[in-house]
Every structure is written in structure tokens, then in C-alpha cells.
Design a protein around this ligand. Structure first.
Ligand code: 5AD
Ligand code: SF4
Length: 418
């Protein structure tokens, strides 16, 4: 979602005469868009700012802005710690940067303006193969470890028609794949009662759109209507990111996740019945408050059962404004957290390797996205694998081609055009 926000800000700055540069040395404005979901983020922001300060010493007209969740979390503290930063805006207020740049020498406003930013943005110039579209922001789930309900605010959905206009725009700019984004994307519901399933159905009718995906989903909001779309809508790709976070019921309860491992497995069963080849990915937190070795074993066990692919895992870190910080003890030692993270990542990697190797000798449709070097293209399989294709053909970007897979590593498939 931060990538999406940054793109939209870039589009809108461009409409006001700014042009992007890859070279910070020549920049007149640097906007640092930040994420605070885990602990390391805040310190990273200040180390980046330290580097930008040096640029500013050389070029005093350079303006610095910090936006996003760290800005929201720290507010005026950003400018207390880094006096040379002109602008500080949160995830719902970064559109204020546009006028501030023209009218105010400095401003910090991390208020919650809900969806107002969308009223101030220029038409998107995003011209990627995959068009990312934010449809819903914020979260009401209140997982006890998570800062997002504080930084991104309460859950709120954009209007169906506004989203479909953005879909039309990214398709006009050349997108072939549409990726709907939201913290709780599958709980999207606009004021007229339109759902994510309605958005998928409407998008699938656009002939230029070949692929549709969405992330990130919360297990209990996966309606039968959404599950059934995996069966009946071929443009909906057979891949779903459905974070479980932990495999132990005791830990899930402490995390305030609203499901048990049994209910989660039931949802997976329904998904596999709808589409037997669906690939499921997840996020895991290890070492959450009170997690015992047995609890942790439950996470490993569920990974073996579901055979998750492309998953992420993190050591629990305390975050401000969370119930876990206020009410629970961060009692798993750093050594145990590291050991559990290593174990879970080794297991995820071995399952991913096995999964990827099962495609050797098979053929799959790959959407070609880039040409990283002479003689090679990169694309995505329906299951989200990055696929490297060796070929002397030219101009393949944007095509979906049948690719024969001849080799696999845990993170990449290798193929050639059939
Ligand atoms: N500590 C560690 N990981 C966290 N996540 C969210 N909050 C924390 C935290 N306090 C992870 C979750 C979430 C992902 C985006 O970040 O797994 O799904
Ligand atoms: Fe955070 Fe939980 Fe909401 Fe995800 S569902 S954004 S982990 S509070």
C-alpha cells in the first residue's frame, strides 16, 4: 500500500510540475514514505534522514518530507529529532503536502482525514503491467500486536464507481493485471453494499484485463461468494495471501485473531474445493507474548498441513499503541525468537522448494513483466512465482506466454517459451 501511495503522490506532484529523479543528489524535494509495522522502521527513518541532512547542507533549498505510518506515530517528534525536516504527514494526510509545498514553509499534520486524499489526486499515470489499486484502508480488527489500526485508522472503503474509474485508467495506461489492495481487502464494502466480489466481477468484464488478484485478506471475511469466484472466474488468479500469524489456538486468542486453527483449516478446505491448485501464502509472527515451544510447534504443524507458499515470517516486536504492549509481557527471549524464526523460515523454504520443483517438466502461463538483461525475461506465474525465461526473442513484455519449466530454486522458476 505504501508503494501505491507513493505512486499516487508521484502522479499528483507530476501534475503540479515536479518530475521524478532517481538521483537524490539532484533532487529539490525528498519524500520519505514510511512503514511502522515492525520495530526497526523508526530508527531506519532517522538514519535515512541523517543522510538527507548532509545533502541539505550542500543544497539548502532541498525540501524534506516524511509521510506514512512512522510520521503518524511520531508526529511533531519527527521535527524535534530532525529539525531540518519541513513536512510531516500521515497515511491519511499526505495529500496536504501538495498545497503546503506551494504555500507553507513547514507543516506537520498527521490528522485522520479518512478518504479525503483521493479527492486531491491527479489521474494515475501508473503504466505497469500490474495496476495496484487501493480500495479499502484502515483496520478494525485490533490484533493485539498491531499498530495499523492506530496509524491507518478505522476501516473505510472507497466508492465502487471511483475504484472502477481508476481501474479503467490503469487499463488505459497499459495494465493487464489488476491488484486490489487493502489492509482487510476482502472486507471491502462501500456505502451501496458493493463487495470485493462485485469489483472482481466488474473488472473481469474488461477485455484487456487478463489477471486479477487481491491482498491482504483476513480469514473470517472470506465469504462463500469470494471463494466461489476462484471456481468460476478464470481471470482471478489461483493465489491467495491469507495470513494466519500463528498455529496455536492459545496464541491466536492472545493475538485477538477471530478464528481458531480448525476454522482456518476449514476455510482452506473450501478454497481447495473451489480451486484445487490454489496456492496459499501467509504471514507468521514467532515469539509472541506467552508463546511456548508447543505453541510454536503448532505453527510448524499448520505449515506442514497447508503447505504455504511465498510466506513471510517475523519476530514479534512490541509496538506503541497496541494492547499487547499495554497488557502482555514480551516474555520470549531474543535468542528463542531468533531460533524459532530460523526454524520456521527453514521449513517454509523447504516447502517452497518442493512446491517449486513440482513444476519442473510442466507448462504454465507466464505474464512477462521485464527484461532484466539481454536474452532473459522475467514474469509471473498464475501462482505468483517469479519466472526467468531464457530466449533470444525481443519485445515480449506484456504478453502472457506458455512457458515450459525446466528448473526451480526456492525463489525462482526457470523456463523457456513453448
Ligand atoms: N511484530 C512482528 N510482526 C508484526 N506484524 C504486524 N505487527 C507485528 C509486530 N508487532 C506482521 C504481521 C503482519 C505483517 C504485515 O507484519 O505478520 O501480517
Ligand atoms: Fe493489523 Fe490485524 Fe488489522 Fe492485519 S488484521 S492490519 S494484523 S490489526
Amino acid at each position: 500500500m505504501n508503494v501505491y501511495d507513493s505512486e499516487r503522490l508521484k502522479d499528483t506532484l507530476a501534475s503540479r510540475g515536479w518530475s521524478p529523479t532517481e538521483d537524490v543528489e539532484v533532487a529539490d524535494l525528498i519524500v520519505l514514505n514510511t512503514c511502522s509495522v515492525r520495530e526497526k522502521a523508526t530508527e531506519k527513518v532517522f538514519s535515512h534522514l541523517g543522510k538527507f541532512k548532509k545533502l541539505k547542507d550542500k543544497k539548502p533549498s532541498l525540501k524534506l518530507a516524511v509521510i506514512g505510518c512512522v510520521a503518524k506515530e511520531l508526529g511533531t517528534v519527527v521535527q524535534k529529532r530532525a529539525k531540518y525536516v519541513e513536512y510531516v504527514f500521515g497515511p491519511q494526510s499526505w495529500h496536504l503536502l501538495l498545497n503546503a509545498l506551494e504555500n507553507q514553509p513547514s507543516l506537520c499534520d498527521v490528522g485522520n482525514y479518512k478518504l479525503d486524499k483521493f479527492n486531491h489526486l491527479a489521474l494515475t499515470k501508473q503504466n505497469h503491467m500490474s495496476g495496484f489499486i487501493s480500495i479499502q484502508e484502515g483496520c478494525d480488527n485490533m490484533c493485539t500486536y498491531c499498530i495499523v489500526p492506530h496509524t491507518r485508522g478505522r476501516e473505510i472503503s472507497r466508492a465502487f464507481d471511483e475504484i472502477m474509474q481508476e481501474v479503467a485508467q490503469v487499463v488505459k495506461n497499459g495494465a493487464i493485471e489488476i491488484v486490489f489492495l487493502g489492509q482487510n481487502v476482502n472486507n471491502y464494502k462501500d456505502d451501496d453494499g458493493k463487495t470485493l466480489a462485485d469489483l472482481i466481477r466488474a473488472t473481469a468484464k474488461i477485455s484487456e484485463v487478463q489477471r486479477i488478484r487481491y491482498l491482504t485478506s483476513y480469514p473470517t471475511y472470506l465469504t462463500d461468494d469470494l471463494i466461489d469466484l476462484f471456481r468460476i472466474e478464470p481471470k482471478l488468479m489461483p493465489f491467495l495471501n491469507l495470513p494466519i500469524q500463528a498455529g496455536s489456538n492459545a496464541v491466536l486468542k492472545k493475538m485477538n485473531r477471530h478464528y481458531s486453527r480448525e476454522q482456518y483449516l476449514e476455510i482452506i478446505k473450501k478454497l481447495k474445493t473451489a480451486r484445487s491448485d490454489i496456492a496459499i501464502s501467509s504471514d507468521f509472527i514467532v515469539g509472541f507474548c506467552g508463546e511456548t515451544e508447543e505453541d510454536f510447534e503448532d505453527s510448524l504443524d499448520i505449515i506442514r498441513q497447508v503447505k504455504f507458499v511465498h510466506s513471510y515470517s517475523f519476530k514479534y516486536s512490541q509496538r506503541p499503541h497496541t494492547a499487547a504492549l499495554k497488557m502482555m509481557e514480551d516474555d520470549v527471549s531474543p535468542e528463542d525468537k531468533t531460533e524459532r524464526l530460523n526454524k520456521i523460515q527453514a521449513l517454509l523454504k523447504s516447502i517452497q522448494k518442493e512446491y517449486n520443483e513440482s513444476f519442473i517438466g510442466k507448462q504454465m502461463e507466464v505474464l512477462i513483466e521485464e527484461n532484466p538483461r539481454e536474452g532473459f525475461f522475467r514474469g509471473r506465474s498464475p501462482y505468483m512465482h517469479p519466472v526467468e525465461i531464457k530466449t533470444d526473442k525481443k519485445n515480449l513484455i506484456g504478453q502472457t506466454l506458455p512457458i515450459a519449466i525446466y528448473d526451480a530454486s526456492p525463489f525462482l522458476l526457470y523456463g523457456e517459451i513453448k
